[in-house]
Design a protein around this ligand. Structure first.
Ligand code: AMP
Ligand code: GLY
Length: 436
């Protein structure tokens, strides 16, 4: 089988790494890939960006690709699945209409309201005067969300009503997030720890992955600005089997049923970002893809063939597979460039990846490439060092053993990934979200 994988981050290296273990894989192409995907057996990077949909369709057709797998959300929201299907090509991911669950927070909120999915109460606006009229009627400080894709920066948690008004003005009138802010949500503020629950979906059925949690803040103890994610672990100790069954019933099944009933069956990975409030789980957002860095802890726990699972989804036949998951824990520690998530330098040589892997870790590469046979940095999040073990604490210790062997100028990483549950979870969460 020939597979085309779209994307270039740590998530895509983890997907590629897993696909390369498949006995049915003959050749993997990664568009555009990174230093990690360049060195996998049977894998080759091709210089087409993830958002160049027509060139990707042409490549898949010319190379008789059997399956295309899409990592990031932007091409999904832009309709890459529709374009491939129109060309008669098999592709894993939701169609444009279904990907609006991530692409439009207004669509997503209305969908949740229609299907009675537990989520924060919210009003949707595209007129600033109406926002102001509404804000005068509420007696709480709301969360403000730009509706469209805003590179993860579109959720703002003000501390006063005046600040909330300023944020609404900046989004709607000043277009701080461009057209992503043509519509905004004024949402009730929720509190509690956050967990990620992801599932493979075939349009009607879904198969859950183990639960995960990510660490979004830059610095230890959840301090500093938000990032795309500085690490993750799986499974979440907060989600009991009973709670997971509840989440599946109230937050995942209704999406499958609702999407099918509305004529846009959901195929691909459905990712529910949930807050565990005192009133029960609440959906904060849906993503239409695997998470980054959650993928770097979920796929190492998958003991069976990933390509078989993806094909079962695209064929509407999830009942024919029964994935096996290792009964272990996984931790990934992100090593980032100095300055990330703001400005950072690139082109710095990376040393010690092989030494780290010799300790038993897997080093997923995110912002890297090879230049004259030297591995250099190209991004803010550079590497995700993953280890598995019997417990999260053991896995974290192993991952940090690997991290210690890797060097590049200015490398920084959190020292507490996977370790929050030595102390009670901190319910105070980030005040805004940033990615990549
Ligand atoms: P979202 O992109 O909607 O998941 O929001 C990004 C982050 O903002 C979440 O991971 C939460 O940390 C925070 N957040 C979003 N919605 C709320 C809310 N209603 N109350 C409190 N925090 C929120
Ligand atoms: N780790 C969060 C995300 O992938 O959106």
């Amino acid at each position: 089988m020939k597979v085309l994988l779209v994307g270039s981050g740590g998530r895509e290296h983890a997907i590629a790494h897993k696909l390369c273990q498949s006995p049915t894989l003959d050749q993997l192409y990664v568009a555009p890939g990174n230093g990690g995907t360049a060195r996998l057996p049977k894998s080759e990077n091709i210089p087409i960006d993830a958002e160049q949909i027509e060139p990707l369709v042409a490549f898949a057709r010319d190379h008789a690709i059997d399956l295309t797998v899409v990592g990031p959300e932007a091409p999904l929201v832009a309709g890459i699945v529709d374009a491939f299907q129109a060309a008669g090509l098999r592709i894993f991911g939701p169609m444009r209409a279904a990907a609006q669950l991530e692409g439009s927070k207004a669509f997503s909120k209305r969908f949740m309201q229609r299907w009675q999915i537990p989520t924060g109460q919210a009003e949707i606006f595209d007129d600033f005067d109406e926002v102001m009229r509404y804000m005068r009627t509420i007696d709480f400080v709301p969360v403000i969300k730009a509706s469209g894709l805003a590179a993860g920066k579109g959720v703002i948690i003000p501390t006063t009503v005046e600040q909330a008004a300023d944020v609404a003005r900046a989004i709607l009138l000043d277009r701080r997030f461009g057209e992503a802010g043509a519509t905004l949500l004024v949402e009730e503020k929720l509190a509690g720890p956050e967990v990620s629950v992801l599932a493979f979906c075939d349009g009607r059925r879904s198969i859950l992955m183990p639960t995960a949690q990510d660490h979004k803040r830059l610095r230890d103890d959840d301090r500093g600005p938000n990032t795309g994610g500085m690490g993750a672990f799986s499974p979440s100790p907060l989600v009991t089997p009973a709670l997971l069954a509840e989440i599946e019933r109230v937050a995942l099944q209704p999406v499958l049923e609702g999407m099918a009933a509305e004529g846009t069956p959901y195929v691909g990975v459905l990712y529910a970002g949930l807050m565990l409030t005192e009133q029960g789980p609440r959906v904060l957002e849906y993503n239409c893809r695997l998470g980054d860095p959650e993928t770097q802890v979920l796929l190492p726990l998958l003991a069976s063939d990933l390509s078989e699972l993806l094909l079962a989804c695209t064929d509407g036949a999830l009942d024919r597979v029964q994935p096996r998951w290792r009964k272990e824990s996984a931790v990934t520690v992100v090593m980032a460039s100095e300055g990330y998530p703001d400005e950072y330098r690139t082109g710095l040589e990376i040393f010690g990846v092989n030494d780290a892997e010799a300790t038993g870790c897997t080093v997923y590469q995110a912002g890297t490439r090879f230049k004259d046979a030297r591995l250099i940095t190209t991004g803010g999040r550079v590497l995700a060092v993953t280890a598995t073990a019997r417990t999260i604490e053991h896995a974290a210790r192993r991952a940090y053993n690997g991290v210690k062997r890797i060097r590049f100028a200015g490398a920084h990483y959190r020292r507490d990934i996977g370790l929050p549950y030595k102390t009670p979870p901190n319910p105070k969460r980030p005040t805004a979200k940033g990615k990549n």
